[in-house]
Structure formats: structure tokens, C-alpha cells
Design a protein around this ligand. Sequence first.
Ligand code: ZN
Length: 491
Amino acid sequence: MKNPYPNILFFLILLFPGFLISQSNEPRLDSLFQTLRTNEAALRIFFSAMPKGGDLHHHYSGSIYAEKYIDIAKSANAWINTVTLDIKFDSSDILMNKEWKKFLTLEKELGEYNFQQILLKHFSTKDYSQSDGITSYDDFFETFDRFGSSKNKLTDGSGLLWLKQNAIQQKVSYIETMLETIPCGKLTADFNHLNDSLLIYQASNDTTKLFNLFNSLKNSILNENNKLCLKNYLKELEKEHIRLQIDDSLFTLRYQTYVLRILPPIQVLSQMIVSFEAAKEDTLLVGINMVAPEHHPIALRDYRLHMRMFQYCAKMWPNVSVSLHAGELSEGLVSPENLHFHIQEAVDIAGAKRIGHGTALAFEQDVLSLIERMKAKKTVIEINYHSNRFILGSTHKNHPLYLYHKANIPMVICTDDAGVLRTDHNGEFIQIALDFPNLTYNDFKEFAFNSINHSFIKGVEVRKKLLEKLQRDFTHFENYFLHQYQNIFEK
Ligand SMILES: [Zn+2]
């Protein structure tokens, strides 16, 4: 039969000179991959060489390794609380008493090695043990409060540059990092009484009253002062991005801002409105997320209200992209009624293009119809497998990863908080390959391409360049790795 697509093939060869070679090497690489996949060390070698595209679910402060925070405190000889291990860089912030010592003094007293080990455990989940009397999810989430002002010290750019180098080393060419909340638009105490109104309207499911109140609050939040604050914030972000020369031929970084789901409702709304207004035109700030533990009592109480807020904002700013942590839950962590609707409300009400985690999929009401809708809408699932294993105790036996895949819901493999979890992007691919033997090399390759195709990056040209680079990198990998591997192990 005559090839019905001669022009397309010609175009592909022109666009990607390695297209034909790459196609022909895929089956051979998959055969090799199948022989390696039961051994973690062999998989480490394989995935360390494989291009991974982007990391789309990535928290800035949680992705940086504890050693970096310790270095910052040490080089500044910061103050450290000997009981809580809180770190302060300015003595005016602290009540001087014998609990506070200089970093180097305490290091001398405890010994450098012992002190380092204590701090590594404090700033990450390293050597976590249930017998310490803290749950894995509290150990994980509390780490973020422990960074304290060390996190601010990373704003000299060293944190972003560390992430960049770490990404390049792992063949990751794009990161969309959840950077911070935007420090503009905080409402005064005069508005506090409206918290109750929001909760009452939500309880009676009165969307008209809710949206009217959202609208009047929007006008108060986006006053001239706050708009100026926003403008300056975005200008600073861009200035820093350019000063650090983050984007180059090997790597591209974009930012998401986020809203904290455990704050009083009007503060959540204020953060959200400011975030949407900021992201509507900015090219570096490409999306909005919502963070903090989904099982927190306030997050649970206000979940439906938050989804209505997102629905309202999506109407006001239709071009802004949203990804939501949803269904990062497990049986027993919350009461059954809270397991049934988080993913579907994020998809259907909030209009999230991507869902972070989605671990509790199987507990959703009418789950098959939800899967159908996700499939129709091409909702993307961001898999954070190590994070789910640690926080929720997920295993390959109860994780819905393979269901998403079988249903053809686009999947991306992400790290969540590689610094806190002391993992990396290669490790995510490795663990999934070990635990889900039905996934082929082509599936993993597709996950890498998904991470660029479903990124929130703005600008057709930027995305096109990243896709071309990924294609070139795969062509090189498929030729080079096969050749090298056979030379070393099969001759
Ligand atoms: Zn996350």
C-alpha cells in the first residue's frame, strides 16, 4: 500500500535528522532495558544516561538538599537554638538566652560529624524511623517549617543555580518549580468577618452569593498599591532570572506560585487572586498551585470552597494554568467522606489541567466516570512515587499509577521534594521501573516527552526548542548507550 503520509515523514526527517535512526533503535533499546530492569544498579546506569525532559511537580525549598541549608548557616555562623535547632541569621530576631548559640560554637561542642548528622535528620527525612514517635507525614511536612530563614538566604540565587546544575547532571532540561507565595495583597483584619460568610455560603452551596463576594473582594485586593507591589515582584523575579543566566541551551526554568490551603478563607482567596493576576501575562510565572497538607483539618473543611475560588478565578483569568495537589490521601489518614471527591472537584470544578499525586483515585465516587472525564479532558497526572511511598505508605500494590497509564491519561514522573526525601529524578524512574514491570522503555520515553508537551511553558518557540532538544538527546542516547553497553558487557 502506498504510504499515505509521505509529506509528514519527509517533514519529520527534516525536522529531526535522527528520526529514522531513533525509531529503529527503540526496539533494541527496549530489549536491553528488559534485561536490566530487575537490578537497581543497572537501572541507575540506564536512567542516568536517559534524557528525562522536565520535572513538573517540584517544590523549590524541598528540592534543595539539607547540606546546602547547613552550608549557608555555617558560612554565616548563624545563631542556632540548641533545643529546637531553629536557625536565625539576625540576633535581633531572637530572645537571647542560653538556648541560643553560634553555629560554629555548637559544632565545636558536638563535633563536626555528629552535628552534621543531627542537622541532616532535622532538615530531611534521612534515617526516619517510626520509633521516633512522629508519623512519616508529619516528619515530612514539618521539615518545611524548619528551613525557616535559611530559605530566605537562598534568594541570593545560589538555590536556583544549585537546582540547575543538579538538573543538568540528571539529564533534566526543564523544571517548573513551585517557588513561593507572592508577598502582595494581604488583607487587613477588617475583612476577617467575611470568613464566616464564605463558609456559610459554601455550606449552603450558594454559588451566586459566593461569586458576588469573591468579586467585591477582588476589587479590594487588586487596588493600586497591590498592583504596584505585583508589578515590582515580577520585575525582580525577571531581573534575578536574567542575572543568574538560568536559561541556556541545556536548561530552562519556569515558576509556579502557590496558595496555602491551611489559611483562613479570605487569605486563601487573596493569595489566589494575586497569583492569577500575576500569572495572566508574565512569561516566567506560568502556573498556580495549592500547597500544605491536604489532610489538615482546615484544608479538609475548606476543600470545596477552595475549588469554587479556583472556578471563579478561572472565569476571570481564563488563560492562567492551574495544577492542583489532589487526592494525596490514603485510607485511614482522613475519614471516608473526605476520600470521595477531591480529584473530581479539582478536575471538574477548579478546572485543573494537571493533578499532583492523585493517589486516592480508587476511593473517588463514580471513579470510572471520573477516569473517562480525565481522559476526555486530557488531564495530566503528576506522579510523585517516592513521596507517596514515604508520606502515604503507598506500594506498587495499591498505587493507581498503572490505572492512569492503562486509561491513557497522560502521565509525568516528578520528584516533589527530592531534597527532603533525599532522592533524585533518576531514582523516581528507577523505582517505577522496578515496581511496574509492564511499563516498557517506550512508556518511559513517552513520560519524558509528556513533561514538555504538558508543561505550562508559554511561547510556542520555547516549547518547540525543548522538544527538539529532547528528540536530539534521545537519538544520541539510543545510539550511544546501546553501542557502549554492548561494547562493555556483551563482548
Ligand atoms: Zn507536592
